[in-house]
Design a protein around this ligand. Structure first.
Ligand SMILES: [Zn+2]
Ligand SMILES: [Zn+2]
Length: 330
């Protein structure tokens, strides 16, 4: 089969590799669509401590089951699925205390093992979720990022009737904004320096929209940083109202540092939280997508074929692709 391999950091190669064969409890999926994520760029740049090379990246995927191990009872051959790429050991202290997303022996399709920038990928059958024919392969490939957003909004607690702000109107910001609105926030303000993204935010019913937090000139009970950019995290913190919460959702560089006011954390009782990947949130994301409670169509452009991976990566890095979310359809 054809696959895109990171031979070593910075070196990509599109070529023939051996077809995956399923282990007893695994399925092989013919990939329909796979999102390009910031994590993939970190893997290509050699900035992920989890990766070992050579590696085929790609963890935000959907497709059709084409082979099954002999212990698999479901899904059936031909079933359309989305896959939770994360697996956990079940035995470390985090797994045993209900926080498996913090597992010390965490592994993931496309991060620690072969991923879905390929014609076929294998995954644990237990991680497969059925998707209906009503969803396109591209929509179904958005379930994984949505499941991360679901965990994120669970971290901020009660939202009903609150004033909320999302910093960054990229894929994750627009998913989180829609979830905050669905959870009953009275206001979901959103800021981004790129006006085409704010147009999408407006079309999704989010707002007020602004190019910066200074322009909004207001304080919010819940603020989410969906950029991972240190300056944006600082601006997000400064926009938190007394008693409010900042969720640091965007993936920053490992070595990045930010300046926060410890006096404000003390005096204004501000909570700063994180949210890592997926935890009991994948099934919720499937339902939200199937029910149309989250609309991803305005975020999507036509996917790039695998051969045009360079164009896809350039689009992802520049933030000026065919859609807000860049996807590859192998
Ligand atoms: Zn991702
Ligand atoms: Zn574990």
């Amino acid at each position: 089969m054809r696959a895109l391999t990171i031979v070593e950091p910075g070196v990509l190669e599109l070529g023939e590799v051996e077809d995956p064969t399923p282990g007893a409890d695994e399925v092989v999926v013919e990939v329909g669509a796979c999102g390009v994520c910031g994590t993939d760029l970190h893997l290509i740049d050699g900035e992920s401590p989890l990766a070992s090379y050579p590696l085929v990246p790609g963890h935000e995927f959907s497709g059709v089951v084409v082979a099954r191990g002999n212990a698999v009872e479901g899904p059936a051959l031909g079933q359309r699925i989305a896959v939770d790429p994360n697996t956990h050991c079940g035995a470390c202290r985090f797994c045993r205390s209900g926080r498996a997303n913090l597992c010390t022996r965490y592994s993931a399709v496309g991060v620690t093992g072969p991923g879905a920038f390929a014609e076929f990928v294998k995954a644990r059958a237990a991680n497969a979720y059925f998707v209906s024919d009503a969803l396109s392969a591209e929509q179904a490939a958005m379930i994984e990022p949505l499941s991360c957003a679901v965990l994120g909004v669970r971290q901020v607690g009660e939202v009903l009737g609150r004033h909320t702000l999302v910093v960054g109107a990229g894929t994750m910001g627009l998913l989180i904004g829609q979830l905050l609105a669905a959870m009953g926030a009275s206001e979901v303000a959103i800021v981004d320096p790129l006006s085409p993204r704010l147009e999408v935010a407006t079309a999704l019913g989010l707002g007020p929209c602004a190019s910066s937090t200074e322009e909004l000139d207001a304080l919010f009970e819940v603020v989410v940083d969906a950029t991972g950019v240190p300056k944006a995290v600082e601006a997000a913190f400064d926009a938190v109202d007394r008693g409010g919460t900042l969720l640091v959702f965007g993936v920053a560089d490992v070595k990045a540092r930010v300046g926060l006011s410890p006096f404000r954390i003390f005096n204004d009782e501000i909570t700063v939280k994180g949210s890592m990947a997926v935890l009991n949130s994948f099934g919720t994301a499937v339902r939200l997508m199937e029910a149309g409670q989250v609309n991803v169509l305005p975020l999507l452009g036509a996917p790039f074929p695998l051969e045009e991976y360079n164009d896809a990566l350039t689009a992802m890095r520049s933030g000026t692709g065919r859609g807000i979310k860049t996807q590859i359809a192998p």
